[in-house]
Design a protein around this ligand. Structure first.
Ligand code: ADP
Ligand SMILES: N[C@@H](CCOP(=O)(O)O)C(=O)O
Length: 319
């Protein structure tokens, strides 16, 4: 579960004094998520999310996320607003850590995508990329292709002990392949970079909110689509490929952004890269998160198998 930092009602009362957000009625820890501590906070005025930033989020990046969500919501994207305090600031301290009060969005996190929801999700991403056009701030993708070989090397020994030499040798070869063939000239955008089903809140079969922008960065626009394809197109329990779900996502996305032939041709490589990226972050966490930690470790092998699927079958772009 993702409540790394516990806070008392007294601490939250003090925190709320900075805002014009009403008086605390209830506070509940939210189990989902792996990056930050999140609480559902209810006052006599409204519901909010209280997010306490743990070590995975660099607090120096908070102004970037705040400006990005401000920009996207001005462009009618369904994203939560950061709440300003009485002096117009957003970032506060609680329990010695940086924390923000965030607009509560209605909707339910997705577990098993349907074709209809995959289409809606693809459309919402296309709209988000269009809306991000005027956003000029840049943030490097710290989990982008340039970092994969080093990340693998940093945990190679422990990875070999846990997953065997053959698998790690294969991943080293794949890193080399991706370095050699990674596209250099595809259109860039501000991307979400973690557009998984659980980062959308669904209401009445529509995307009511896109949340969790803490990996957002500047990178190849279609890499965002590839990340989503690798997250949406495989069944969350069996890991079986569901071509129909991935196709609906791609068709939805294309309703808002016309893709060049070059982009379509490079899509399989981007999906291989997306699989590598999530294999590596899960591998790193697998090795570095003690089994006693409160957070659930996600299985890196799931992404190893998705990568094998993309290598063997590629992605046939739907018409
Ligand atoms: N603005 C919001 N409105 C409603 N629920 C939210 C909001 N932000 C987060 N949540 C809830 O908290 C959970 C964890 O949030 P998330 O941002 O994914 O955490 P983490 O950054 O730790 O991965 C989400 O699955 C969702 O249920
Ligand atoms: N989506 C990533 C992990 C990031 O977790 P989130 O809770 O911040 O979405 C994965 O599945 O590996």
């Amino acid at each position: 579960m993702a409540v790394f930092t516990q806070v008392s009602a007294e601490q939250v009362d003090l925190f709320l004094e900075n805002f014009d957000a009403g008086n605390l009625i209830s506070l509940k820890g939210i189990a989902e998520g792996v990056e930050n501590s999140n609480f559902l906070l209810e006052t006599d005025k409204a519901r909010y999310i209280l997010t306490i930033y743990e070590q995975r989020v660099d607090v120096n990046d908070l102004p970037y996320y705040i400006s990005l969500l401000d920009h996207l919501s001005t462009s009618n994207c369904p994203v939560p607003a950061f709440i300003k305090d009485k002096s117009g600031n957003v970032v506060q301290q609680i329990a010695g850590k940086s924390a923000c009060l965030i607009e509560f969005m209605e909707g339910v996190s997705l577990q098993h995508p349907t074709e209809k929801l995959a289409l809606e999700a693809g459309k919402a991403m296309g709209q988000m990329h269009l809306a991000a056009h005027g956003f000029t701030q840049q943030r490097e993708n710290k989990m982008g292709q340039a970092h994969w070989a080093n990340l693998l090397a940093s945990c190679e020994k422990e990875a070999r002990d846990s997953f065997g030499d053959e698998l790690i040798d294969n991943m080293k070869l794949e890193c080399g392949f991706l370095e050699a063939y990674w596209p250099k000239s595809l259109p860039k955008s501000t991307i979400h970079a973690d557009y998984f089903p659980d980062n959308l809140l669904i209401l009445n079969e529509k995307v009511n909110a896109i949340i969790d922008f803490y990996f957002a960065c500047s990178d190849i626009a279609l890499f965002d689509v590839a990340i989503a394809h690798s997250a949406w197109s495989f069944h969350s329990e069996t890991n079986i490929y569901q071509e129909n779900i991935g196709n609906m996502f791609l068709l939805g996305y294309q309703q808002h952004r016309i893709l060049s032939d070059e982009e379509k041709t490079m899509f399989t490589i981007l999906c291989r890269g997306a699989s590598m990226r999530f294999f590596l972050s899960r591998l790193y966490d697998w090795i570095n998160t003690p089994p006693s930690a409160l957070v659930m470790r996600k299985d890196p092998l799931i992404y190893y198998r998705r990568l094998q699927h993309y290598i063997e079958h590629g992605v046939k772009w739907p018409n």
